[in-house]
Design a protein around this ligand. Structure first.
Ligand code: KG4
Ligand code: ZN
Length: 344
């Protein structure tokens, strides 16, 4: 069992997609350093993340980012208690870069290794900013994930809903591209939607009445249809009204299903996390609805919503407290199960 009496400093590495990040977090909640190096500039010219390019970029930067995080923390390597790393889900080549770095550090420093689930990280970003109460429900909305997660007790996850096709951020990025915005287009669509005086009515994918699942590809196709029809008529597309119609459809479904889950599972808190949590329209709509329903809503600050290693350290702390470490021969898990990663 880990010695939980003295302070625990976890160094965490996150390389699951297009951010290279290293953080050191004390006792699962105090961020000592959190360095995030984004590859957006590199991928922008391709209109999206190119997996092979992402892995190469991680290789180029990872050792510098580790050095920077340690320097910024003012700690020495001897002060560290464990090494955590995102084991999955994510791009396999990208995950491997972080995993090899983490294994090397764990071996060289003779420290325990903690393979960590990326979505658990997004959820436990909340532990870095407020006291979590259980049971709670998390809406994870990012470029790669759209999930409703029921957390019955600390570190025990049940996936109650997920997207059946595109992730919500992915749909934002595709719609943004059709509206001629650069990658990642989510923030542009959000801004344009906020400027619109009217909205083009678009479908909402509610799926089966009891379902907490999502689907965004039909909505994305509906947007593309409107653009193509305007093109055929030789008219410019009503970009702002389209952005607003798209955003309203997304928000309606996300808000409704989240609130339904909170009630059904008698959750004490609703947690919004992932890159799309930055969406102004979503935050406002969820905040208004949660206030009306008297549901406490928590959203981590912007820098902890996108991919970062501090959130990985926060989730890894759950395992550290219980002495649940990962063998050094662990592999990257591109389709890692969140439920399977639960602490018990
Ligand atoms: O969590 P994240 O940084 O990376 C992934 O794990 O995917 O999320 C990035 C995604 C991108 O698809 C981006 O367009 C979207 O989050 N995003 C937004 C906004 N800001 C970022 N989508 C809608 N509105 C925003 N304001
Ligand atoms: Zn993520």
């Amino acid at each position: 069992m880990a010695d939980t009496k003295k302070s625990c400093y976890i160094l965490a590495i996150e390389t699951s997609c297009d951010e290279t990040s290293v953080a050191i977090v004390k006792d699962g909640r105090d961020i000592v350093a959190n360095i995030v190096s984004s590859q957006i500039d590199t991928h922008q010219k391709f209109g999206g993340v190119v997996p092979e390019v992402a892995s190469r970029k991680h290789v180029e930067t990872i050792t510098f980012i580790i050095d920077e995080a340690v320097r910024k923390s003012g700690l020495s390597l001897a002060d560290l208690s464990a090494i955590a790393v995102t084991q999955g889900p994510g791009l396999v080549g990208s995950l491997l870069v972080g995993i090899v770095a983490a294994k090397s550090l764990a071996l060289a420093l003779d420290l325990p290794l903690i393979g960590t689930h990326h979505i658990a990280g997004h959820i436990y970003a909340n532990a870095l900013v407020h006291e979590m109460e259980y049971p709670c429900v998390a809406l994870v909305a990012s470029g790669g994930h759209t999930e409703l997660v029921y957390i019955e007790r600390e570190g025990v996850f049940r996936l109650i809903g997920r997207t059946r096709d595109d992730a919500v951020g992915e749909a934002y990025d595709k719609v943004a591209r059709a509206l001629q915005f650069p990658y990642p287009g989510g923030p542009h669509v959000d801004r344009l939607a906020g400027e619109a005086d009217e909205a083009i009515e678009l479908p909402r994918a509610w799926l089966e009445p009891e379902s907490y699942d999502f689907s965004f590809s039909g909505l994305k196709s509906a947007v593309l249809n409107v653009i193509n029809q305007a093109k055929m008529r030789g008219e410019p597309p009503m970009r702002a009204a389209l952005a607003r119609g798209f955003q309203e459809s997304v928000i309606d479904v996300l808000v409704e299903k989240s609130i339904r889950a909170v009630k059904a599972y008698e959750a004490k808190q609703l947690l919004l996390c992932g890159g799309v949590a930055a969406n102004k329209g979503l935050r406002a709509a969820l905040a208004a609805r949660c206030e009306a329903e008297r549901v406490p809503l928590f959203v981590p600050p912007h820098e902890l919503c996108g991919d970062n290693a501090a959130m990985i350290a926060a989730a890894a702390y759950l395992k550290w407290q219980r002495g649940q470490f990962t063998p050094l021969d662990m592999k990257a898990e591109p389709l890692f199960s969140l439920e399977g990663w639960s602490v018990e």
